[in-house]
Design a protein around this ligand. Sequence first.
Ligand SMILES: [Zn+2]
Ligand SMILES: [Zn+2]
Length: 70
Amino acid sequence: MNCIHCDRPAHSVCRFCGRAVCREHIQTLPHIEALYQNEKGVQTALVVADAVYCGLCHPKEDPVELPQLK
Ligand SMILES: [Zn+2]
Ligand SMILES: [Zn+2]
Protein backbone atom coordinates (compact mmCIF):
# COMPACT_ATOMS: atom_id res chain seq x y z
CA MET A 1 0.00 0.00 0.00
CA ASN A 2 1.25 3.49 -0.80
CA CYS A 3 0.88 6.79 1.04
CA ILE A 4 -2.37 8.57 0.26
CA HIS A 5 -0.47 11.87 0.07
CA CYS A 6 2.66 11.15 -1.96
CA ASP A 7 2.19 7.62 -3.40
CA ARG A 8 5.40 6.32 -1.83
CA PRO A 9 5.48 3.13 0.25
CA ALA A 10 3.46 3.65 3.43
CA HIS A 11 4.68 2.95 6.96
CA SER A 12 1.42 3.04 8.80
CA VAL A 13 -2.34 3.08 8.43
CA CYS A 14 -4.77 5.68 9.71
CA ARG A 15 -6.46 4.39 12.86
CA PHE A 16 -9.67 6.12 11.86
CA CYS A 17 -10.25 5.43 8.16
CA GLY A 18 -7.59 2.90 7.08
CA ARG A 19 -5.79 5.13 4.57
CA ALA A 20 -2.06 4.41 4.34
CA VAL A 21 0.48 7.10 5.19
CA CYS A 22 4.27 7.29 4.96
CA ARG A 23 6.53 8.43 7.80
CA GLU A 24 6.70 11.91 6.34
CA HIS A 25 2.96 12.43 6.18
CA ILE A 26 1.92 10.65 9.35
CA GLN A 27 -0.15 12.68 11.79
CA THR A 28 -1.53 11.77 15.16
CA LEU A 29 -4.81 12.30 16.99
CA PRO A 30 -6.09 11.02 20.31
CA HIS A 31 -8.20 7.93 19.75
CA ILE A 32 -10.66 6.55 22.28
CA GLU A 33 -10.23 2.79 22.33
CA ALA A 34 -12.91 2.03 24.84
CA LEU A 35 -15.35 3.70 27.21
CA TYR A 36 -15.99 2.40 30.69
CA GLN A 37 -18.29 3.30 33.50
CA ASN A 38 -16.78 2.74 36.92
CA GLU A 39 -18.67 1.61 40.02
CA LYS A 40 -19.48 5.23 40.86
CA GLY A 41 -21.14 5.72 37.50
CA VAL A 42 -18.36 7.95 36.19
CA GLN A 43 -17.55 7.58 32.50
CA THR A 44 -13.89 6.90 31.87
CA ALA A 45 -12.08 6.33 28.60
CA LEU A 46 -9.05 4.38 27.49
CA VAL A 47 -7.36 6.82 25.15
CA VAL A 48 -4.39 6.39 22.86
CA ALA A 49 -2.93 9.88 22.73
CA ASP A 50 -1.07 9.56 19.45
CA ALA A 51 -3.03 7.21 17.23
CA VAL A 52 -2.04 7.34 13.56
CA TYR A 53 -4.10 9.82 11.60
CA CYS A 54 -3.97 10.41 7.84
CA GLY A 55 -4.87 14.09 7.99
CA LEU A 56 -7.67 13.65 5.46
CA CYS A 57 -10.58 11.93 7.14
CA HIS A 58 -12.96 13.42 9.68
CA PRO A 59 -13.26 10.97 12.56
CA LYS A 60 -16.70 11.03 14.11
CA GLU A 61 -16.53 8.01 16.38
CA ASP A 62 -14.97 10.00 19.21
CA PRO A 63 -17.22 12.19 21.32
CA VAL A 64 -17.19 15.75 20.06
CA GLU A 65 -18.24 18.93 21.78
CA LEU A 66 -21.25 20.62 20.30
CA PRO A 67 -21.00 24.19 21.53
CA GLN A 68 -24.09 25.22 19.62
CA LEU A 69 -26.22 22.94 21.81
CA LYS A 70 -26.53 25.01 24.92
ZN1 LIG B 1 3.55 10.44 2.08
ZN1 LIG C 1 -7.90 8.77 8.10
